[in-house]
Design a protein around this ligand. Sequence first.
Ligand SMILES: Cc1cc2nc3c(=O)[nH]c(=O)nc-3n(C[C@H](O)[C@H](O)[C@H](O)COP(=O)(O)O)c2cc1C
Length: 192
Amino acid sequence: MDFKELVEAARTCRRFEEDKPLSVADLEWLVGCARLAPSGMNAQVLRYILVGKGETLDKLFPLSRWGGALKDWGGPHPGERPTAFIALLLPEKATELMCFDAGIAAQTVQLAATSKGWGCCIIKTFDHAGAAALLKIPAGMQIPLLLGLGAAKEKRVIAPMPADGSFKYWRDADGVHHVPKRDLKELVVARY
Ligand SMILES: Cc1cc2nc3c(=O)[nH]c(=O)nc-3n(C[C@H](O)[C@H](O)[C@H](O)COP(=O)(O)O)c2cc1C
């Protein structure tokens, strides 16, 4: 798989093979990739909490919200739930520069997971206070993002942008997840 193919394959994944859980060593490998990512001023302020299968995972999952645009689906069903989470930690008073680090780290994990046949969902919509309490995060820190992870179960494809301009992702009758992406023509606004 060349790099463009990896990026194409690295679609958000929201359904997983729950009987093939990721291990804590797998999560450490993912963070081992993220730790090499670019960082504003190279300050490397991000910290990580790894959550593998067990009681903490069972309590964290219900605090997270999945696929808000899929109106008739409330999130992964039993048997297809994430088998791990990585919580990204930043200082409570994170600067804008630090927030960019979180995005870069999240995408690095998503790409790294895809390279192993795993899926990843970057999650901003979750009970932030509940997750912070459950994971006993250090004082003065916050969780900007959760990364839901597991062996990928669902088929996800890139779709052309529809004529009406709707950027909502959707699922077809066969359960394939379609993600509209804007054309390069629309994105590049100037060339010099
Ligand atoms: C910053 C950020 C926050 C996100 N938060 C959520 C979330 O709370 N729940 C969810 O199901 N997906 C979430 N996503 C995943 C997006 O919905 C997904 O990236 C988008 O639909 C495009 O799909 P793609 O990742 O396959 O390109 C988030 C993605 C990003 C980058």
